[in-house]
Design a protein around this ligand. Structure first.
Ligand code: PMP
Length: 454
């Protein structure tokens, strides 16, 4: 029945899918997910799958949570939508802003700007940083530095900050004033195999770029605490603390894109907290409400917030943040987020992600010993990547036309697990409610699938 569902060409007839070649999809139609319950999803009357990707690293508390459903229904009974453009607002967004600033109080966050998703939340972060420097006085800083391999979203600002070329090259010229520096990728770098030395070196490369650009021209540096779509690149433990020092030395704002790492995924409430670092701006989406309704949030600390404070009494003064989206702070999304964050805290999901993630990583590293094509197994919390290589010595990737990863993925699906194959790097990012039994199912199935394809 799974095959029947997947052969259904109605799934591709009238749809343009993101990031996928139409010819490929005509032969390999997407799995149409019709139902979800906890850590399982189903394609209607077809198969059930263990959800090893949590939607798109976002359904942190699992599918079909009655607490979230109830919160949405109650809010729907009261009010489905009203905008938050300042002359009006809605109470769930106000309550959620309080909640977010309470959770990120150790990081020093004092205000929240809402949007409708991760790209928008990053766009807001970039604009907040730029406007911050307009307001903070001269010299005017406008440049944004980020990392190669970064994924910050698809809007033109977020895309310009991104560091994965395949997402960018069709849309050049992108925005001026964006620059990328080397990411500390322990498995693939030409410098050193010593993680600590690599962390130091990459922080130094950032500092050199800031100096080269002219420190007085750099508004902000932005990065993910663990790179997600770049292939789960976990930086060495010294990298983020050193980043903070470099930014401080040159007065550069530090933006943490916590769209994936926020609310537990990397084993701490926030990815930057896991590294012991306090950013100036924090960006959230996805796990903020486990994807029940789209939502993004950009948090700022007291230093950034102060620039937007003034004694002016009229609405459109230069100290108003001149940016906003209709659905920002949607009441249904915010009500869902409040219920979601309560679950994250009560069920101690960050700690569970740390525990189950470490267990799964250890299992996969053990399996790796028997499979030379598993070039690298890496991760933090429930963000795990398995990079396949054709040759473990040279780390040469497979020719994608060989479909090595695709065939492993198909066997995983046939055996009832859903994980993501991103150009031969498998990404495992399940709900944070995963148990070690679920982790075993993922590990055993992957082992079986790669053995068969080998
Ligand atoms: N930042 C990161 C780190 C992401 O992983 C993503 C989405 N995968 C985004 C931003 C963009 O979020 P959205 O797709 O909701 O626009």
């Amino acid at each position: 029945t799974t095959a029947a569902a997947r052969n259904n060409d109605t799934l591709t007839r009238h749809v343009v899918y993101p990031f996928a070649n139409a010819n490929f999809l005509a032969v390999n139609p997407p799995i149409c997910i019709e139902g979800g319950d906890g850590v399982y999803v189903s394609d209607g009357p077809g198969a059930h799958y263990l959800d090893g990707q949590a939607g798109l690293w976002n359904v942190n508390v699992g599918h079909g949570r009655p607490e979230i459903k109830q919160a949405i229904i109650e809010q729907l009974d009261r009010l489905s939508f009203y905008s938050t453009f300042g002359n009006t607002t809605n109470s769930p967004s106000v309550a959620l802003a309080d909640e977010l600033c309470r959770l990120a109080e150790p990081e020093g966050m004092v205000r929240t700007f809402f949007s409708s998703g991760g790209s928008e939340a990053n766009e807001a972060a970039i604009k907040l940083a730029k406007q911050y420097w307009r307001l903070a006085g001269q010299p005017l800083r406008t440049k944004i530095i980020s990392l190669r391999g970064a994924y910050h979203g698809v809007t033109l600002g977020a895309l310009s900050a991104g560091g994965v070329n395949v997402y960018k090259e069709q849309f050049t010229p992108l925005l001026p004033g964006f620059f990328q520096v080397e990411t500390p990728h322990v498995y693939r770098n030409p410098f050193t195999s010593d993680p600590e030395a690599l962390g130091r070196l990459c922080a130094e490369l950032l500092e050199r770029e800031i100096i080269y650009q002219g420190p007085d021209s750099v508004a902000a540096f932005m990065a993910e605490p663990v790179q997600g779509a770049g292939g789960v690149i976990v930086p060495p433990a010294n990298f983020w603390p050193l980043l903070r020092e470099v930014c401080d030395r040159h007065g550069v704002l530090l933006i943490a894109d916590e769209v994936v790492t926020g609310f537990g995924r990397s084993g701490s409430m926030f990815g930057s907290r896991a590294w012991g670092v306090k950013p100036d701006i924090m960006v959230f989406a996805k796990g903020i409400n486990s994807g029940y309704i789209p939502l993004g949030a950009t948090l700022i600390n007291a230093k950034v917030a102060a620039a937007f404070q003034s004694d002016d009494k009229s609405q459109f003064t230069p100290r108003a943040f001149m940016h906003g989206n209709t659905y920002a702070g949607h009441p249904l999304a915010c009500a869902a987020a409040i219920a979601n964050l309560r679950i994250v805290e009560q069920e101690e999901l960050p700690a569970n992600a740390g525990k189950v993630g470490a267990y799964l990583l250890a299992r996969l590293k053990d399996i790796q010993k028997r499979h030379p094509n598993m070039g690298d197994v890496r991760g933090k919390g429930l963000m795990i990547g398995i990079e396949l290589v054709a040759d473990p010595e040279t780390k040469r990737p497979f020719d994608l036309a060989e479909n090595f990863g695709q065939r492993i993925w198909e066997r995983c699906v046939a055996k009832g697990i859903l994980i993501r194959n991103l150009a031969d790097t498998f990404i495992i990012s399940p709900p944070l409610t995963f148990t070690t039994e679920h982790a075993d199912k993922i590990a055993d199935t992957f082992d079986e699938a790669i053995s068969a394809v080998e």
